[in-house]
Write a protein that binds this ligand. Structure first.
Ligand SMILES: C[S@@+](CC[C@H](N)C(=O)[O-])C[C@H]1O[C@@H](n2cnc3c(N)ncnc32)[C@H](O)[C@@H]1O
Length: 438
């Protein structure tokens, strides 16, 4: 198994470890996501905390499977506090050679005694298991690496992998895709103005996209000055559609946090942009972000379906980047397989309602793009089929190069269905389709 960057810390300060333990409790106790800013206050130690959290999330199943047979009564449930603390200790011993035995073992034992995060009666057990494991760290790593990768994912992730590979006839490559998705992702950026800072290199296959070079520092100051923004290459490729008709009015129907609104403004300078967002806090943040980047847009906090149904405005370009399961973000969100997922039928119902409302607002000659960061067919392909029946006047628009679709999607070297091969394309899992009116 590929190793994460070797870290040179000899001792992990407690706040970093406590943050990791909190995040693991949130995921495995509540089925909730790791909060976006979970590591904000950690300063330099954020790197170690990120590496440790990533390892525990990505290898949770095998870490638990390693512990189980070593318990006195393996069939008895083990409290979450014990599982979290052991996973953290073992992950450091196995895969973070820069962390000393002393730090990995003793801090885990201390954490076991923490009322909120550990389980005091198991302090001795944690101590004994970790001390034994620390005696031969390479052997521990080899044992853990030899356990089946499937332990780390569960049925929800299996279904996503098959859905991603199915349109390409590549279902046999599940393990290869899982291996790819287990690598911590490197962020992509988009230049907004001026020159890119050192450490960012243009991505040859996608004009405008910049990638972080190995070992380069994260360009925080550049992002804060609105010189650029973080934007995954899949989003950038989706918005690199080939469309040369005039665009005067744009609707971004689900706009926060505003990455795609920004790109639309760059692509169509002078067009009037309406950006809708249902959640008040996200709408406020969207307004602030667009203002900071100098993007002019009318931001409206509203349910997009309701707003569109009660409004007779039409648009030359509509982007519906719909709320979705996020199943395409497995690489960035390794906790995804363990989350309590929202009711899928409620979600697909909402997507359908938004699509129906948006489709009614496309001006003659206009282009509509529907997209989700999900690989599941019910969040995209099924909606495309429904739309073809419900609105036959909306024709497929082949606006992406053929490589962005599956072999069956391509027509004269271009595709109206966006679903790049998940093993040949390294971006997030995105699906989309484009239709034009007339
Ligand atoms: C996938 S995100 C959009 C990401 C955005 N396009 C970008 O690139 O930065 C979907 C957004 O839709 C919003 N949303 C969910 N339901 C909505 C609705 N009924 N009307 C409008 N926005 C909605 C969510 O709050 C979320 O911010």
């Amino acid at each position: 198994m590929p190793q994460p960057r070797v870290l040179a810390w000899g001792f992990m300060p407690t706040p970093a470890r406590i943050h990791v333990a909190h995040a693991l409790h949130e995921v495995f106790g509540e089925g909730g996501r790791v909060p976006d800013i979970w590591d904000r206050d950690l300063g330099e130690d954020a790197h170690l905390a990120q590496a440790l959290l990533g390892l525990c999330l990505r290898r949770w199943g095998r870490l638990q499977a390693w512990v189980k047979p070593k318990l006195k009564d393996p069939d008895r449930g083990v409290p979450l506090g014990t599982r979290v603390v052991l996973a953290m200790g073992l992950a450091q011993l196995a895969w973070l050679p820069g962390v000393s035995d002393h730090a990995a073992v003793n801090e885990s034992v201390d954490l076991a005694a923490n009322r909120d995060l550990g389980f005091l009666p198991h302090k001795g057990l944690v101590n004994a298991l970790l001390r034994r494991a620390a005696k031969d760290r390479p052997a521990l790593a080899a044992e853990l690496d030899a356990l089946p990768a499937a332990l780390d994912r569960g049925p929800a992730a299996d279904r996503v992998l098959l859905a991603a590979l199915g349109p390409h006839g590549a279902e046999a490559e599940t393990e290869a895709l899982w291996t790819r998705l287990q690598q911590p992702p490197r962020p992509d950026f988009r230049l907004l103005k001026g020159d890119p800072p050192e450490g960012l290199a243009p991505e040859a296959e996608l004009p405008g996209c910049l990638c972080l070079l190995e070992g380069a520092p994260f360009p925080r100051a550049w992002l804060e000055s609105a010189g650029g923004m973080v934007q995954d290459r899949s989003s950038q490729a989706l918005l690199a559609y080939d469309w040369d008709r005039p665009v005067a009015r744009i609707l971004d129907a689900c706009a926060a946090p505003g990455g795609k609104t920004t790109t639309l403004a760059l692509r169509h300078p002078g067009a009037a942009i309406t950006a809708l967002e249902v959640h008040p806090k996200r709408a406020t943040r969207l307004r602030q972000t667009l203002e900071q980047r100098g993007v002019e847009a009318r931001v409206i906090q509203a349910d997009a379906a309701e707003w569109l149904e009660g409004n007779d405005a039409t648009f030359d370009l509509i982007l519906l980047d719909a709320p979705c399961s996020g199943s395409g973000t497995l690489q960035k969100h390794p906790e995804w397989p363990w989350l309590k997922h929202e009711d899928q039928s409620r979600l697909t119902g909402l997507q359908r309602r938004l699509l129906a409302a948006a489709a009614g607002r496309l001006a003659p000659g206009g282009l509509m793009i529907y997209a989700v960061c999900s690989w599941l067919p019910e969040e995209c392909g099924s909606h495309r089929e429904w739309l073809a029946q419900a609105r036959p006047e909306l024709r497929p628009a082949e606006v992406w190069p053929a490589a962005m679709g599956s072999a069956q999607d391509a027509n004269k070297g271009a595709t109206a269905f966006f679903r790049p091969h998940p093993l040949r394309w390294t971006g997030e899992g995105f699906q989309g389709f484009a239709v034009r009116r007339g």
